[in-house]
Design a protein around this ligand. Sequence first.
Ligand code: CTP
Length: 402
Amino acid sequence: MSSIESKKILLGVTGGIAAYKSAVLLRALQNAGMEVRVVLTQAAQAFVTPLTFQALSGHTAYTELLDSVQEAAMDHISLARWADLVLVAPATADFIARAASGHADDLLATLCLATRAPIALAPAMNQQMWLNQATRENLERLVKRGYLCWGPDDGAQACGETGSGRMLEPEALLKHAQAHFAPGSLDGINVLMTAGSTREPIDPVRFVGNRSSGKMGFALAESLRDLGASVILVSGPVSLSTPFGIECIRVETAEQMRSSVLVRVEGCDIFVGVAAVADYRPRHCASEKIKKHKETMTLELVRNPDILAEVAARGRPPFTVGFAAETEQVETYAETKRRSKGLDMIAANRVGTDEGGFESDSNALVLIWQGGREALPMMTKSLLAQHLAGRISERYHARTRS
Ligand code: CTP
């Protein structure tokens, strides 16, 4: 693919409060060397004005489908052909519904039908609207047609609620756009991943397990998907919904995770073990709930299989990436782990501090591979996942070339 500098982005702005961030996004894309033209829907103009985008971009901000003056500047078919990428940010629930139905009732919807360029949506809406089955089905249809979905993020919303539905920050959207055009894309590459933690049953109601929200693994799965990979995610119990365009297999125990991985590992190019797999499981699981008759209780634990090490030890192993959570001597222990398990790369993080880690939305990582390292400072897990996916892609291609 050619360099990012020459890329032409058609930025579609629809009518949500996040539209004010689209002006910052326009600037970020331009500063990264991309050429940008802007189309605003009528609803977008209730939040931001075409003049803002015209002044920032130095070009007409398009708003009308059947306007002779605007059509004279660049008609809608030429605009559709001009773009290397159509980025709709924010993409409201209404716009997603109209695109899913193939409407051509305004300029932006028409351009989406008329373009051959990839179309990326940056959803932005109230968290309940995002969770609504109608929105999910609409987006599912678009993803099946090849639309890219970048975000949304979790957090506080303009409506006062908290949840998923915030538009990704301009910086994160820029990263997505850059990753989209970067050489080292993962088109046609099969990725298998584990995420979340495992639960090893003691009796029908209790288990031994690790702390893990699954956020890092799910975010990484999305970033690898955005680079073009086909991603299968084997996940322990987490309260996260399956990301679009990713096949997610839900398991409970380490042994279930292992067998789900082993039946799918053949033909996989990259394996990433993000799961916090329980190292031990109770030797026996009581068939009935254990009653607290005794003052003390001893559980006999037996070692669980190491899924990551088993994948790395295969005859022709995929490019294998592991995670290491350490409380001290982070890099030394992680590198020892990388070598002893025969991994291509390991992502190490410090746990047991107040910042980052298991259930947090942010984290910091040190990536170590044969002959190199990179420290990724504290940032949101979705941004961290984008960096990590880019580095995995680069190292995977380097190994394939050598
Ligand atoms: N892993 C795995 N199967 C296991 C245990 C771990 O696939 N049974 C993977 C994890 O997904 C992660 C990496 O191995 O990528 C973590 O390595 P591990 O040696 O298990 O780390 P710790 O359990 O923290 O090891 P230790 O207690 O020895 O520090």
